[in-house]
Design a binder for this molecule. Sequence first.
Ligand code: TYD
Length: 208
Amino acid sequence: MSKGYFISIEGGDGSGKSTQIKKMVSYLEAKGYSVVVTREPGGTPIAEAIRNIILNPAYSHMTARTEMLLYAASRAQHVEEKILPALSAGKIVLSDRFTDSSIAYQAYGRDLGDMVRIVNEIATAGLKPDLTIYLALSAADGIARKQAQQQHSLDRMELETQAFHERVAAGYEALCQAEPARICRIDAGQEIETVFSHIRSALDVLLS
Ligand code: TYD
């Protein structure tokens, strides 16, 4: 039975993930792969319903543990209902964020520490991406880009302080140090085409 590839893409707010995801899909489909694009929190109806609770700015009093558990609950549903079946069918699953987001935002940003990793082991049944693309951007640059876009009202996470987003960025850097073979760190401050050329190289290595 063929087994697909699981790729996640990570980055702080405003790092240009959506643009690069579109380019990745075109590249992979042109090579003949069948690609399932999905996102977290979300990706299935139940997980999207949980997303609406998590990101709702009205719930500013949500506790850090509740937030961590809701992200994990949404991930558990996503893994079992969508990601694992697609991988078993030999597809490439491209997820806009996965467990690394919880490590960066909840373990580092919210200071919840190692419990986040443990909870996510349970939520994912141990599933890890084969490749993770991390688009690195400083917290200040990310916030500036997001404000320049002004496309939508800010969600609950985007309303967080710069100090929070700096802890998130530090969390991603720690992950990159810990897992250099899985995580491909790319400076998101570069031109779109330059960023994509690095992504393409990482994809080529994975698929070769
Ligand atoms: P989204 O609108 O998808 O933002 P982005 O374009 O930045 O991906 O919102 C997802 C938000 O949730 C984002 O601020 C990151 C945060 N998040 C966590 O804090 N933990 C997680 O496990 C995940 C998946 C996302």
